[in-house]
Design a protein. Structure first.
Length: 180
């Protein structure tokens, strides 16, 4: 049986997956970008939003964005916590993906999101040109969900987090009185 934490977070991750399935890219991105905020607040409510978000990224997402590249196999960080938080702020507060004006921005200036290529099946994900990072939107959102699922496994037995999760939103289906 799922814990309260798993049930509550599942509502959000299922919404992201449904938005991806429906090709509702803006909804998928908006919800996915809020998940580190939600998990961070549940984990450490006294810490500020910026520190919580970057901490979540470093602990649960960073490995997905560090790869060895080139003939020398040098480690390259495509995305860091500061720039992801800048994306979150820019997108959620102003609907933009230009992050150069965000105080927290560190390396990148802009993101480009691509829908999956349904014609040729090409995957175009995690390409960087100068200070612009190109991401395939479905893969990016699913990578955030993967990080959230790792986070849940780490904290699902924490009674304080379970208690805080209990106060998370439930949407009731008024036709049958069941939360969805």
């Amino acid at each position: 049986m799922n814990t309260v934490l798993e049930q509550k977070i599942n509502n959000f991750t299922c919404a992201v997956k449904k938005a991806i399935q429906d090709e509702n890219w803006y909804a998928a991105l908006a919800i996915a970008l809020t998940l580190p905020d939600i998990c961070g607040k549940l984990q450490n409510p006294s810490l500020g939003s910026t520190k919580r978000y970057i901490g979540f990224f470093n602990d649960f997402l960073k490995p997905k964005y560090v790869h060895k590249i080139g003939a020398l196999q040098r480690e390259h960080e495509f995305l860091n916590g500061n720039d992801m938080y800048a994306l979150r702020c820019s997108f959620l507060h102003s609907g933009t993906i230009e992050i150069s004006s965000q105080r927290i921005q560190e390396v990148l200036n802009k993101f480009v999101f691509l829908a999956p290529d349904k014609v040729n099946g090409h995957i175009v994900h995690m390409h960087q040109l100068d200070k612009t990072l190109q991401l395939q939107i479905d893969m990016f959102c699913l990578e955030i969900i993967d990080g959230v699922e790792i986070w849940i496994k780490s904290f699902k037995n924490d009674e304080e987090i379970q208690s805080r999760a209990d106060s998370m939103i439930d949407i009731i289906d008024s036709s049958n009185g069941v939360s969805i």
